[in-house]
Design a protein around this ligand. Structure first.
Ligand SMILES: C[S@@+](CC[C@H](N)C(=O)[O-])C[C@H]1O[C@@H](n2cnc3c(N)ncnc32)[C@H](O)[C@@H]1O
Length: 364
């Protein structure tokens, strides 16, 4: 039903309402070196041998890493740790969307002219968003941020934007008494980076896509908060952590995007020692056109009832701060004739929430 690029843009869009408005946090110096001891083989969960080739006082820049038991190898390159089972990873949606868009602009100067040289007032919100993505890719982060904010304001209903902002504030309160490393999964463009920058905790931003992490690194550096963050590519269904070792785990609208929900839940049960807070929204499980899309793409966590019935036997599950907002299908790009969001495909009421998971009592 949707082309790969449409899905890629759908994933991107879910993240793009978080406007990166960073403060410079010089006092929070976080180093990959300090989390080295947290990392274990994502396959057999045994210890790792580190061959560090380039480092600074605080950071590992380049290293070869291998599991002492199964000998599977991983690496750190340019400060980004890659703990993917398959480094050629074909689930890198960001790479797909980035190369498709860039290729289209390169191969057809008319696209470049229409998307990048048209007066912004004459671009519809979807094209404005694409324009900002290209600027971001080209490293013009300030302008990209400004234009993205404008596009997002026009793409979404005010009830959507308001509910999303409220969930972030509520999450920030939940995190305020937590100490230790926060591990954010399916981080995409790092929509929580601003929120995290106001907390004292060191942060791991992670994603299955190394290419978005590379871009995040450059952007975080640009806005002066890379020092607080470590970037690690891993699949949330195969996390490089030891049993019950993770104290705080979050995701900003990443839950629905992680398919094979059962596999992910089992991995969460294995790694989670403390608490997980997942900011998300649910669709009605009523067999409508939105539900069809979610089911077609194995996104069971897009439905509250399915999430609860799957997670309750495995994890203490609470749905916090529920809030309904009306949403409309977002407009499509006029230049590329593609949709921006995969969902919703029809007007609907979604239910925002923060899903709280913790180990079952007899399991902790
Ligand atoms: C829409 S983004 C979520 C928004 C993002 N958290 C943010 O704040 O910008 C969804 C992300 O999930 C990532 N993803 C999808 N499946 C994943 C998996 N199995 N493990 C880790 N990340 C995954 C995608 O690469 C994408 O970046």
């Amino acid at each position: 039903m949707f082309s790969k690029i449409e899905w890629a843009i759908f994933f991107i869009l879910l993240s793009c309402k978080s406007i990166l408005d960073f403060e410079y946090l010089q006092s929070l110096i976080f180093m990959l070196k300090s989390i080295q001891n947290l990392l274990y083989c994502p396959i057999c969960h045994d210890s790792l041998a580190w061959d560090i080739q380039k480092e600074t006082d605080h950071r590992i820049i380049d290293a070869e890493v291998s599991c002492i038991a199964c000998h599977k190898s991983y690496f750190v390159k340019n400060g980004i740790a890659i703990f993917l089972l398959d480094a050629s990873n074909d689930e890198d949606f960001w790479k797909v969307v980035q190369s498709n868009l860039s290729k289209a602009l390169r191969s057809n100067p008319e696209y470049e002219r229409k998307l990048m040289q048209t007066d912004l007032d004459n671009l519809n919100p979807a094209d404005k968003l694409l324009h900002s993505m290209i600027l971001d890719e080209r490293g013009d982060y300030d302008t990209a941020r400004e234009i993205r904010a404008e596009a997002v304001r026009d793409l979404y209903t005010s009830s959507y934007t308001q509910a999303y902002q409220e969930k972030k504030t509520q999450l920030q309160k939940l995190l305020s008494d937590k100490t230790g490393v926060i591990i954010d999964i399916a981080s995409g463009m790092g929509g929580f980076a601003e929120l995290f920058s106001e907390l004292e905790n060191p942060v791991i931003l992670s994603d299955i896509s190394p290419s978005i992490l590379q871009r995040n690194k450059d952007r975080l550096e640009h806005f002066g908060i890379y020092e607080k963050v470590s970037l690690i590519a891993f699949d949330a269904r195969k996390m490089p952590f030891k049993e019950k070792s993770v104290e705080v785990i979050t995701t900003n609208m990443g839950l629905t995007n992680i398919t094979s929900s059962e596999e992910f839940l089992n991995e969460l049960v294995r790694c989670l020692g403390g608490v997980a807070y997942f900011l998300t929204f649910f669709f009605p499980d009523n067999g409508d056109a939105n539900a069809d899309v979610l089911i077609e793409h194995n996104m069971e966590f897009g439905f509250k009832n399915r999430l609860l019935s799957m997670s309750s036997p495995l994890l203490e599950t609470q749905i916090l701060f529920e809030d309904v907002s009306s949403v409309e299908p977002t407009v499509s790009s006029e230049i590329f004739d593609i949709g921006i969001d995969g969902l919703p495909v029809i007007s609907t009421d979604i239910t925002w929430a923060i899903v709280q998971f913790s180990p079952l009592e007899d399991d902790s």
